[in-house]
Design a protein around this ligand. Structure first.
Ligand code: AMP
Length: 280
């Protein structure tokens, strides 16, 4: 396994693999890898000849006052986990390699980024789309693997690939959870022991929603109210949003039918966590 910070070297290697007739997968990450990331790598490993993981904490997708500086980083540990997962190449650029001195090109979109995380993080998805577009150009893989943990991101990337004709297949992978149901996240490391115990409320509130829906409830307002009520039983939880939207266009819906995304963002102490259920 090789680690490279060079766009040219990485692109040349991927082109060479493709010239040899090998299939190449890309798994974009911000590092501080956990079993959620590993599940993406393992799926990529099974379905492709070569696996490239990008590790880049992308400053463009963090707003002012967000956790760009404190975001956890540990390349050595990440490299070990990638090696275990059978990764062939880590692309780990410096910020200067990705964003040169006169950088001013952005990829943006209407509608899909406006609600949910885009409402509380206004520059986030522009940063995500821009960096993912760059990664797709640097690493012209046949397939790229994304987690359903970031469901709005997945919907936006799928839309972007269709609208801008990227020649890449987007593979969505299920959320990997801790034993008590908390979705794995690099940001879970911010939680104190007490907060960590309370953070289980996110998944529990979504369980309440699913039980209602499985029992025949289709009124999105009632399901949202039940999630909110459950979250409010936790003293450490402060709701950013509880939304039920169409998974196709991320717009609010009144009735739970078709492809539906139930998405929540909740502060536990000062740490903002997200979780969701997708009903297809
Ligand atoms: P990040 O490093 O947080 O940007 O995440 C990189 C990729 O890993 C994204 O596609 C995430 O959706 C995915 N991911 C993060 N956490 C999980 C998880 N718990 N289960 C599945 N995929 C995940």
């Amino acid at each position: 396994m090789k680690i490279s910070g060079s766009i040219k070297e990485t692109r040349d290697q991927v082109k060479e693999w493709k010239n040899q007739g090998l299939s190449v997968a890309l798994v974009p990450t911000m590092g501080y890898l956990h079993d959620g990331h590993k599940s993406l790598m393992e799926r990529a490993r099974k379905e492709n000849d070569k696996v490239v993981v990008s590790i880049f904490v992308n400053p463009m997708q963090f707003g002012p006052g967000e956790d760009y500086d404190s975001y956890p980083r540990d390349l050595e540990r990440d490299a070990g986990l990638c090696e275990e997962a059978g990764v062939d190449w880590i692309f780990h650029p410096e910020v200067e390699e990705m964003y040169g001195p006169n950088f001013c090109g952005y990829v943006d979109m209407h509608t899909l980024p406006e609600k949910l995380c885009g409402a509380s993080r206004p520059v986030h998805f522009r940063g995500v789309q821009t960096v993912v577009s760059k990664l797709f150009h640097i690493i012209p893989a046949q397939r790229a693997y994304f987690g359903q943990k970031d469901a709005q991101q997945l919907a936006i990337i799928r839309r972007m690939v269709i609208d801008l004709d990227f020649d890449i297949e987007i593979v969505g992978c299920p959320i990997v959870r801790e034993a008590d149901g908390l979705a794995k996240s690099s940001r879970n490391t911010y939680l104190s022991a007490e907060e960590r115990a309370q953070a289980v409320i996110l998944n529990q509130s979504l369980e309440v929603a699913m039980a209602l829906i499985e029992g025949g409830e289709t009124d999105a307002g009632k399901v949202k109210a039940a999630i909110t009520e459950k979250l409010n039983t936790c003293s450490a939880a402060r709701i950013d949003y509880v939304e039920i939207v169409s998974f196709d266009n991320i717009q609010p819906i009144q009735k739970v039918e078709g492809a539906v995304l139930i998405a929540i963002a909740v502060y536990i102490g000062t740490t903002r966590l997200i979780d969701n259920r997708i009903i297809l």
